[in-house]
Design a protein around this ligand. Structure first.
Ligand SMILES: Nc1ncnc2c1ncn2[C@@H]1O[C@H](COP(=O)(O)OP(=O)(O)OP(=O)(O)O)[C@@H](O)[C@H]1O
Length: 405
């Protein structure tokens, strides 16, 4: 557990980066610090490993003041991951990951074994070990950064905008990977981001900071979305917070109708009967997997769907897991489809049924008036677009490679 007790930081030029802050990051959980540029997120984070010293208050890790150890000793017990990974460019991937174990006096063999194991854990291949950082993609470099931070198995991990420099698709992969890793490793993670979607996706709890280092709200993502404490938090969460909140509700209440679903080789009489009752038909293959939509007018007069080429069907966009996905996934599936209908599938991909946007409305209304239990990491939904951060690595007094101490 990391406890900030009345922690403040005023820089020598008088800038108040962090106002007196009380905050507790629970053990084995991800606590996200989110806020606009200059709200003191990085300063708060770096006070934990003493890259920056507070001007007031104290920081305790499991009840022990961080100042009771020398900074280098403290840092070797705290993993640290930054934007652009901060890898040593002149060292191989393997050597990068071995850095802290070697500093801790592990034998070369033990450190190498651990590093190889970790590279696999973070989703890299053995062949990557001998490469230099410039020979990896941005996403792969970030994975090496995470492996390096985990090398000495520190209980605490500080992550400062670790996924900001990669494209949104890779970023989403890295977020998913972090959640998977965390479900196995249960580290105490303090994670800084500008991006409220990332905060909601990853955080067990989220601290929303404002300019001047003021902590506006510290809550679970569901509570933040349901009850923002003030206008600042509300506007920071964005106008679509109602939609985001749907990520925390199951789609199991969505009425999925099987009637508009028809096999491509279904008997003509069945096709024609369904055409009469439905404006859109979802055509499925012989494994009951979706092929695409057909409007009633597009159905051949003799009801023979095999006459319609699969390429002529209207794309169904993407499906949602009827038993596993959130209400937001169901809504996305409907609004992103030209038919305005969501396609619900079972785990094996077979179509369970479809629901129009209108048919989703009662389930959405029920969710919006319900309170959500504090489930921690439930279904977190999809992270959305993000605000690109500025380059933070230009600050003079910042040492981004604490391993070098
Ligand atoms: N060495 C310094 N001297 C003076 N002011 C500083 C120094 N480092 C940071 N600041 C100021 O402290 C405030 C908080 O900075 P900090 O980097 O912690 O914010 P942040 O929320 O992490 O911002 P960003 O997301 O843009 O990185 C800012 O106003 C910043 O300009």
């Amino acid at each position: 557990m990391i406890s900030f007790v009345q922690v403040g930081k005023t820089y020598p030029d008088g800038t108040v980066a962090v106002a007196a802050t009380d905050l507790t990051a629970d053990s084995g959980r991800i606590t996200v610090l989110v806020g606009p540029s200059g709200s003191g997120k990085t300063t708060l984070l770096r006070m934990v490993n003493r890259m920056i010293e507070p001007t007031s208050g104290e920081i305790l890790i499991d009840g022990v003041d961080v100042r009771s150890k020398s900074a280098p000793e403290l840092r070797r017990g705290i993993g640290y991951v930054i934007q652009n990974a901060g890898l040593f460019p002149h060292r191989t991937v393997l050597a990068n990951v071995m850095t802290v174990p070697r500093l801790l006096g592990w034998s070369k063999d033990k450190a190498r074994e651990r590093a190889m194991e970790l590279l696999t854990t973070v989703g890299l291949e053995e062949s990557h070990a001998k490469r230099y950082p410039f020979q990896l993609s941005g996403g792969q470099q970030q994975r090496v950064g995470v492996a390096r931070a985990l090398a000495a198995d520190p209980p605490v991990l500080l992550m400062d905008e670790p996924f900001s420099a990669v494209d949104p698709v890779v970023r989403k992969d890295l977020q998913t990977e972090l959640l998977r890793l965390q479900s196995e490793l249960s580290k105490t993670i303090l994670f800084v981001t500008h991006d409220i979607d990332e905060a909601i996706q990853l955080g067990d709890k989220v601290a929303v900071l404002n300019t001047g280092g003021v902590l506006e709200q510290f809550d679970t993502p569901t509570e933040l979305l349901a009850n923002p404490k003030n206008e600042f938090v509300e506007s920071f969460l964005g106008l679509d917070r109602g939609v985001r909140r749907l990520s925390f509700f199951s789609s199991t209440g969505v009425p999925l109708r099987p009637e508009p679903v028809v096999a491509r080789d279904a008997p003509a009489a069945e096709v024609l009967a369904r055409r009469g009752a439905q404006p859109w038909l979802l055509v499925v293959d012989d494994g009951h997997k979706p092929l695409g939509w057909l409007t009633a007018e597009q159905v051949p007069a003799d009801g023979d769907l095999t006459k319609v080429a699969v390429g002529e069907l209207v794309s169904y966009g993407h499906t949602f897991g009827a038993a596993t996905d959130s209400l937001r996934a169901a809504l996305d599936s409907a609004i992103l489809s030209p038919s305005s209908r969501a396609v619900g599938v079972a785990e094996d991909g077979r179509v369970v049924g479809v629901a129009s946007v209108e048919e989703l409305v009662p389930a959405i209304r029920a969710a919006q008036s319900a309170s959500v239990p504090d489930t921690g990491h439930g279904d977190r939904g999809e992270p959305g677009d993000r605000v690109e951060p500025g380059d933070r690595n230009d600050r003079e007094d910042r040492d981004d490679n604490p391993d070098t101490v």
